[in-house]
Ligand binder design. Structure first.
Ligand SMILES: Nc1ncnc2c1ncn2[C@@H]1O[C@H](COP(=O)(O)OP(=O)(O)O)[C@@H](O)[C@H]1O
Ligand SMILES: O=P(O)(O)OC[C@H](O)CO
Length: 503
């Protein structure tokens, strides 16, 4: 019987999703499971890699059982993952030496400050397209090798392996036979030269990371290997695609031409613009990153990484108890004509792109006796749109291409108020696709193209369909006035830094 589905795994920051995609690019079924967020100290975030792996196995088992699909019905597997999150494990036992250090975690800030003070930024930027920040994997690896007893010498003896989540998952799903990563994930480690496309000796020396612990780099779309039947429901299923989740979403949104961009509104917000075969350096606080490597060719993207977006709504719900459900934020925001001058700067873990100010903390401005919960909720939603405008302005300046339309996805863009306000604030149409699980979809496409499930990107691009198009409708003067208020709020938040001790 013909293989009916590609299984896509979206291993995200707060949950794992498994999804079956059919040949028409339709989602036949989906299963999702959250896992524990470990906060050992303020500003630190960790995951237990074994629990993450268990969440993958549980979601796949649930999905296959519910959909009455046999592993033999699967044409292949595509994996997209939370990026930068760092796992180190023992090659022989397969056991992690510590929890995974999550991308948001700030425990390696001091390591980054030393590198900055040593003047390493220009060299790092030129080779990796990144800047020195605890966000990326390298300082997390250094932190683990420093803090787990004996880790450095074990790594030097070749006993320990490093990987981001896709690497850890492939290692386990193949029964410890494959230690690989892909170019889009390697590009987020701060150890990979995105132009020469190899691990870089100067960067490895700088961070004293032994080469022996690094994975082999595979293409994002290509037959990496097969699952071990003993580890994967009794079947050897080909793994055909690996990509960082934001790059996978760019692919799932069919942004294949230079100048096409997507923005994902999840916990954080990640805007990526495809820049073709050219790695465009940023002069405005963005990252230059590999979008994907396919058939020996690399395509690049400019990225604006915003650390807090949908998480601000979670905070209103769980921290302040202003909302019962995240979705209630829409009706509340729409019940008032404006935020009444209130601005919320959600710098809970500092500011990412384009500011890169890890010491700044969140703030609210413009409060009066008349400020109500509705205004605060509206200001919170607006903050996602303002932060995205900051990033888009930088992107247009760097790429020299004005954006024609923005393809949007992620949990928070279900909010129509946010979608409309975003379109107004950017003065470009915002397109919400029918399939909003674009990350998993992108992983499925990358795998399916490699395994002959789909023929070409042209075919994939035709499968993309718009669910709703939001047209900009705000007058120029009004847009400018509101955005200037936001810029003033960010500036004021940056001034308030009473405690500069790194977390
Ligand atoms: N209707 C909504 N309006 C505003 N925010 C929302 C809405 N629904 C979900 N969110 C926010 O979106 C985020 C979840 O999106 P998701 O794409 O699942 O995130 P992630 O993949 O980062 O875990 C949460 O932070 C939540 O607060
Ligand atoms: O898992 P998400 O959707 O929060 O995305 C996380 C990013 O990959 C971090 O760089």
């Amino acid at each position: 019987m013909a293989k009916r589905y590609i299984l896509a795994l979206d291993q995200g920051t707060t949950s794992t999703r498994a999804m079956l995609v059919d040949a028409d690019g339709r989602v036949a079924g989906i299963a999702q499971r959250e896992f524990t967020q470990i906060y050992p100290q303020p500003g630190w975030v960790e995951h237990d890699p074994r629990e993450v792996l268990a969440s993958v196995q549980a979601t796949v088992a649930e999905l296959l059982t519910r959909m009455q699909v046999e592993p033999g019905d699967l044409a292949g597997i595509g994996i997209a993952n939370q990026r930068e999150t760092t796992v180190i494990w023992d090659r022989r036992t397969g056991q992690p030496i510590h929890n995974a250090i999550v991308w948001q975690s700030r425990q390696s800030v001091a390591i980054c400050e030393r590198l900055q003070a040593d003047g390493c930024t220009p060299m790092v930027r030129a080779k990796t397209g990144l800047l020195i920040d605890a966000y990326f994997s390298a300082s997390k690896i250094r932190w683990l090798l420093d803090h787990v007893e004996g880790a450095q010498s074990r790594a030097e003896r070749g006993e320990l392996l490093f990987g981001t989540m896709e690497s850890w998952l492939v290692w386990n799903l193949t029964g410890g036979r494959l230690h690989v990563s892909d170019a889009s994930n390697a590009a987020r480690t701060l150890l990979y030269d995105i132009h020469r496309r190899e691990w870089d000796d100067e960067l490895l020396r700088l961070l004293n990371v032994p080469r022996a612990m690094l994975p082999r780099i595979c293409p994002c779309s290509g037959h990496v290997g097969d699952t071990d039947p003993a580890r994967f429901f009794g079947a050897a299923v080909p793994i055909g695609g690996l990509a960082g989740d934001q790059q996978a979403a760019l692919f799932g949104q069919a942004c294949f031409e230079p100048g096409m961009a997507k923005n994902t509104y999840g916990t954080g917000c990640f805007m990526l613009m495809h820049t073709g075969a050219q790695a465009v350096p940023s002069r405005h606080g963005l990252l230059t990153t590999i979008a994907w490597e396919i058939g020996g060719e690399v395509e690049y993207a400019l990225e604006g990484s915003i650390f807090v977006a949908g998480a601000v709504v979670q905070w209103l719900r769980d921290g302040l108890r202003m909302l019962e459900r995240a979705a209630d934020s829409q009706a509340l925001a729409e019940s008032v004509a404006s935020s009444d001058g209130v601005y919320l700067v959600p710098a809970f873990v500092g500011l990412g792109a384009p500011y890169w100010r890890s010491e700044v903390r969140g703030a609210m401005f413009g409060i009066t006796r008349g400020t109500r919960r509705e205004h605060v909720v509206r200001a919170a939603l607006e903050s996602m749109a303002y932060q995205s405008r900051d990033v888009l302005a930088a992107m247009e300046a760097d790429a020299g291409i004005p954006l024609k339309e923005l393809r949007a996805d992620g949990g928070a863009i279900a909010n129509d108020f946010l979608a409309q306000f975003q379109s107004d604030m950017l003065d470009v149409p915002l397109l919400r696709p029918k399939v909003q699980e674009t990350t998993a979809l992108g992983a499925a496409y990358l795998a399916g193209l490699a395994l002959g499930f789909w023929e070409s990107r042209t075919q994939v691009a035709r499968l993309w369909q718009v669910e709703r198009r939001f047209e900009p409708g705000m007058a120029e003067a009004e847009r400018g006035r509101r955005y200037r208020g936001w810029q003033a709020a960010v500036q004021a938040a940056c001034v308030f830094t009473p405690d500069r001790t790194p977390m």
